[in-house]
Design a protein around this ligand. Sequence first.
Ligand SMILES: Nc1ncnc2c1ncn2[C@@H]1O[C@H](COP(=O)(O)OP(=O)(O)OP(=O)(O)O)[C@@H](O)[C@H]1O
Ligand SMILES: [Mg+2]
Length: 465
Amino acid sequence: MRRSSSSLRRQLIVRMVSMMLPILILLWVVAYFSSLYYINAAFDRSLVRRTYALADQIEVVRGQVRVDLPVAAREILAFDQEDLLFHRIVDPHGRVVEGELNMPKVPGKAPLRSGEMSIYEGVKDGQPVRVVAFALSLKGTSAAGTVMIQVGETLSRRSAIARRATLAIVVPMLLMTLTAVGAIAYGVGRGLEPVRRLRDRLLARSAFDLSPVPLEETPAEMRPFLDEINSLLARLSEAVEAQSRFVADAAHQLRTPIAGIRAQAEAALAAGQPDQGQAALRRIAHVAKNMGELVQKLLILARVDAAENTLHLGRIDARDLMREVAMDWVPQALAQGVEIGFDETGDELAWVVGDRDLLRELLANLVDNALRHGGRLVTLGLGASTEGVIWRVSDNGPGIPASQREVVFAPFHRLSGSADGAGLGLAIVQRIARLHGATVELEAGSGGQGLTVVVRFPPLPDGGG
Ligand SMILES: Nc1ncnc2c1ncn2[C@@H]1O[C@H](COP(=O)(O)OP(=O)(O)OP(=O)(O)O)[C@@H](O)[C@H]1O
Ligand SMILES: [Mg+2]
């Protein structure tokens, strides 16, 4: 049996059987002993009647106890289809006047007082028996003391009836239980049929089919589960679509410079003059450098997308990291004639939890943008409060019009007239921020000029900022 189908059905059956089994055993025991109780009551009554009938036959003649049993009475006393009947009469001197010599003893230490009766169980000739003992008083006769009358029988009929009565109760119960188990097994099998059909349909699907799983004919209990699967499929197909759009865009981006390189290379080959060839080679080198940067950014983006499960999280001093990145860019800023400044209020601790390499990449992209697309002044700002840490990267360049501040985050999106670039920097920034639970906003720079990029980190869980 396959594990998948064994679980639910087998669990139900095992639980049901393990619940019913002790109940059935208990029922068996209770049924047997309670029916034996009533059977004993009925059978004991007839045993007592026989004892009294025997007592009626006892007479005392000249101080001697005598029993005069007619043949018919003797037969009644000894005859039964299944059980062995026996009796004994003992006179006040302990002599057996009539019946068996060997008889199970009356329980209890003291002998029966006159007129007293005892019903007890014992063993006779290796067989369990039930015996009625009666002490008949001889008062008013010519003898004194009591005569002990004992009448007994074996128990075959009693236990046979008790067994039959028990079976009459337990067997229907057993049948009922088996029927219920069968019904459950069948019902669960039927109930899971739609699940099996669903599985077959999913198995038959191609890997590219991310359409929702059909809900009709599925049991209501599975709806929440299937709804989740469908919403996962929806997200997955969105992601796959975005991914293939991205690949198409990337291919498109690469095609143009490759075509350029090829054209330049052909031009170099066809060039008659050495300096014409040199110029073409320089153009090839330039395009190849841009292409290298594009590929580098594509790799970073791919790494960020895959980083979700491999983040090297740690407590990072955001102020420290900001200064470090700024220092890295100072030479290039100097070369471009751009001034990099800091704008920090106070010197409170500015801890963020994050992946140091990725956060450095984030800041580097913002500084790169400010240097590439901004003006002559670049300012790195930091704010730390109970609401979390904020990074601000501002420049006094042309800025980004409000209508474009959303779309520039899309991969490959660049404003017309922008300097060279792949259009991947802000996409990288946004994804790294998202990985850290941070937000990125574009605002107009101070005085309405230029651009300020604001990165807001959530406060640390322990409240330390
Ligand atoms: N500081 C800025 N000032 C003005 N425009 C900007 C600034 N930063 C970004 N932009 C605009 O947003 C576009 C997208 O920026 P993004 O960083 O994503 O790409 P890129 O800088 O063009 O290329 P990449 O960063 O991949 O080399 C830029 O092309 C530019 O038009
Ligand atoms: Mg950029």
